[in-house]
Design a protein around this ligand. Sequence first.
Ligand code: KG4
Ligand code: ZN
Length: 353
Amino acid sequence: MILAIETSCDETAVALLEKGRYLLAHKVASQVAWHRPHGGVVPELAARRHMETLAPLLQEVLAEGGRPLEEVEAVAVTRGPGLVGSLLVGVQFAKGLALALDRPLIGVHHLVGHLMATHLAYRRGGSWVEPPLPRYPALGLIVSGSHTDLVQIDEGEGGGPGRLHLLGSTRDDAAGEAFDKAARILGLPYPGGPAIEKAALQVEPGEPIPAFPRPLLGKGFDFSFSGLKTALLYWWEEEGRHQGERAVYRGAAGFQEAVVEVLFQKTAQAMEALGLKSLLLVGGVAANRRLREVFQRAAEEKGWEVHIPPLAFCTDNAAMIAAAGALSFQRGRRDSLDLDAHPSLPLQEEGWL
Ligand code: KG4
Ligand code: ZN
């Protein structure tokens, strides 16, 4: 039984996981209401909120899981990447627990956590939902507020995930960050992803939407979203804002289509180039319904197996950190109590051990 702590950004999260994938309980305390007036995450505020929230949240998770703390076999915690102040609160809390319980500590890479969200089994309406485990080798597309990474995942021990190879990442804004900035341009609230998605749904069939550029399409596996954001800004200033309230919906839809197409096309090219059939689509932006739909349709057409976690496990949570921690634990990883938080922990070669 693994207890996991996640505090890399603005969600405080705790989870209890059994036998590598079975989620006994998990809680995510969102700080969105605190950060929204500032239009984005305020690091100092985030760290303070984590400190206030973490211990009571753990009590709630233990109560819900119906297990005493003593049954915990290891404590997993996100050690990076993320906001340094936020990470420190989680890492320090996890160390305190590991020390007091005399159990091993396991530091988890946040993005490896996102990938492992595809392994989770969870209760729904009294019975267990056990999604098929991904087959490896696989391709991973990690799309979050701070990362847009295409990774090749080798087959590892026991058919599970092995070494990671970074194929491409964003040269400027991450996909989620682009959604957040686009929302700000259109006067939509933070966080921008869900707001853009909702606005785009208001577009009527046949209503014209602006055609924005598809940056770096056909040019390797790196991404760039900052030019797209600028294109939206110019369109908004010169045309959109004079077109009435529906322009927000059209701008949102045009922007979303451009991001989704770039993400999809590059992924499809990588799948083809590497001859892969298994795909993991993860991270906060993978909560986007339009993105999910495009990838799911491709799965049927191209014969891929596509693994996309349920919405709650796309955005930041501790269940995914527990799943990653459990795998590392099974493979023998133990971190010492001088484990440091690492705000820019690289993904490349960051193994499961
Ligand atoms: O993975 P995540 O929860 O946190 C990070 O690790 O960064 O991702 C948060 C990002 C935010 O930028 C948010 O706007 C975006 O995910 N996001 C979405 C949606 N839900 C969250 N983007 C597009 N559509 C969504 N439905
Ligand atoms: Zn994340």
